[in-house]
Design a protein around this ligand. Structure first.
Ligand SMILES: [Fe+2]
Ligand SMILES: [Fe+2]
Length: 270
């Protein structure tokens, strides 16, 4: 990893420290975020949100319009950053570019949080951001703030609380109803445009219980196992490129304009 753009190893342990957030208002914000998230993300909620949002019938926007909107959003679930999202996306893409990662991956890094425009449609942050987890089966205690699952109504549905729940051994993550948010939403939007590796990065980048803690392997199939290293390769760029120094959009915009035009249509359906 390039030291200029990514945090050094000693500093990396300072990220994702939920007990010592960097935001002035951080502690209660992040904890309250996960209380609401774990309480409300039920199996039925996820399926209802997919039916609602995966029709992509709300509006069309250029990728830049969507990025402009993201500039106004600060993510309540993130203890590491209180910067506009566009800066995080530029930092992620630039760290990849500096390390010589493939072009499609730089693009993936640059757009990976674009699904947070769900907030534009009035969705609360607990239904958009934060770590994701499978619904419809037993919760792993490796999910951040897993104690809040006690507040989820699914905890009282025994059929959803066995190891496999609604699923079968090796069914594949595609069959699993992940908690709903920007990851799943953008994955479906980008399906026609990115290679499978990039799609996995987008869809599972917040699934830390899987890509970091190696939980839920019993639900995975061969494709998930093959793609997991790519999700893990993506993660340090998402985490450690966060830096309070703002990169200049003007400097890098021509490069990303070309990249977006090469892979994506002029307008996207949201
Ligand atoms: Fe994200
Ligand atoms: Fe991110």
């Amino acid at each position: 990893m390039s030291e200029a753009l990514l945090a050094t190893e000693e500093k990396q342990s300072a990220y994702r420290d939920y007990a010592a957030p960097q935001r002035v208002d951080g502690f209660d914000t992040v904890r309250e975020f996960y209380r609401l998230n774990h309480m409300n993300q039920t199996y039925d909620f996820v399926r209802a949100k997919k039916a609602e949002f995966l029709q992509f019938n709300r509006r069309t926007m250029t990728p830049w319009d969507a990025l402009d909107y993201l500039n106004t959003l600060v993510d309540d679930s993130d203890p590491d950053i209180a910067l506009p999202q566009i800066d995080h996306l530029i930092q992620t893409g630039e760290a990849m570019r500096a390390n010589g990662e493939p072009e499609w991956m730089v693009l993936t890094g640059f757009i990976h949080d674009l699904g947070k425009v769900l907030c534009l449609f009035g969705e609360p942050q607990w239904a958009v951001v934060g770590d994701t987890f499978p619904t419809g089966c037993a919760y792993s205690n490796k999910v951040v703030w897993s104690e809040f699952f006690a507040l989820n109504p699914d905890i009282k549905r025994p059929e959803l609380q066995t190891k496999y729940g609604m699923y079968e051994h090796g069914c594949g993550l595609d069959a699993v109803q992940m908690s709903w948010g920007h990851d799943e939403y953008l994955y479906h939007m980008m399906k026609p445009y990115l290679p499978l590796e990039g799609l996995y990065m987008i869809r599972y980048h917040s699934f830390y219980a899987w890509h970091r803690e190696n939980e839920y392997q019993h639900l995975c199939n061969a494709q998930d196992d093959a793609m997991k290293p790519w999700v893990q390769r993506f993660n340090p760029y998402d985490l450690y490129s966060k830096n309070p120094n703002r990169p200049s959009l003007a400097q890098v915009k021509p490069y990303y304009e070309d990249l977006l035009a090469k892979y994506l249509p002029g307008e996207l359906r949201f």
